[in-house]
Design a protein around this ligand. Structure first.
Ligand code: CA
Length: 233
């Protein structure tokens, strides 16, 4: 999952980013309201964590504008202790949940996970394509009964591909959804990571079906192919 944290207090923003990255999320941070709004409208986020008191554009305005724009990304509002009014207004502006500062990181994580799961059609934390299973709660990946250890980035990439199973995804879509905007993503970075995944989820299972497919000139597709017109390099 990819998250956007809009919070002007660098210490809080950075500790949230660090904590969420340890839980295998990809995290972008904006330190003012305008940058936050721009990223929220242009990026592909699963959840937005939004502080209310922000320079340039306040959190409630961002929230309202995003909903007016037709952006339905789940929003978790961070509010200072005692700003009860803000909570009511926040939820009326289209926010999905709120958390009072100071908060325990575990609480933030639980709320973010709950919000991130909402758009998925089925409530199961497990994504399944053929005999490949990925658990979004305990980060375990299994194929044909064996556990496949993946790095954090490999896991995020596989999760993205599995959420878009049987759909062609471009390298740009992958980069925008799996890497944060500060990352140095070289043109062949996606290819390299696709290669790592192939070596772990396809190569050791020659009886197949092969799951990761290169669609020349377009991108990649994860799924069971019935025709062989698509290249696999
Ligand atoms: Ca603030």
């Amino acid at each position: 999952m990819k998250l956007l944290v809009i919070e002007d207090e660098h210490k809080i923003a950075n500790s949230i980013k660090k904590g969420l990255e340890q839980e295998s999320f990809t995290v972008d941070v904006a330190y003012d309201g305008e940058e936050g709004y721009d990223l929220a409208t242009s990026g592909n986020y699963d959840v937005i964590v939004l502080d209310l008191m922000l320079p340039i554009m306040d959190g409630l305005t961002i929230c309202r504008k995003l909903r007016q724009d037709g952006k339905h990304t789940p929003i978790l509002i961070l509010t200072a202790r005692g700003q009860l009014e803000d909570k009511v207004v926040g939820l009326n502006s289209g926010a999905d949940d709120y958390l009072v500062k100071p908060f325990a990181f575990a609480e933030l994580l639980a709320r973010v996970r709950a919000l991130g799961r909402r758009p998925i059609q089925h409530q199961s934390p497990t994504l399944k394509v053929a005999d490949l299973e990925l658990n979004t709660i305990n980060f375990e990946v299994h194929r044909n009964g064996t556990t496949i250890p993946l790095s954090r980035k490999e896991f995020s990439l596989l999760e993205y591909l599995m959420r878009h199973a049987n759909t062609i995804v471009t390298k740009d879509q992958i980069i925008n959804s799996v890497w944060d905007y500060e990352a140095d993503v070289l043109p062949n970075t996606v290819e390299v990571y696709i290669g790592y995944l192939r070596n772990k989820i396809d190569k050791p299972y020659p009886r197949g079906p092969e799951l990761i497919h290169t669609v020349r000139g377009f991108g990649y597709k994860l799924g069971v192919e019935n025709n062989v017109s698509i290249g696999t390099n």
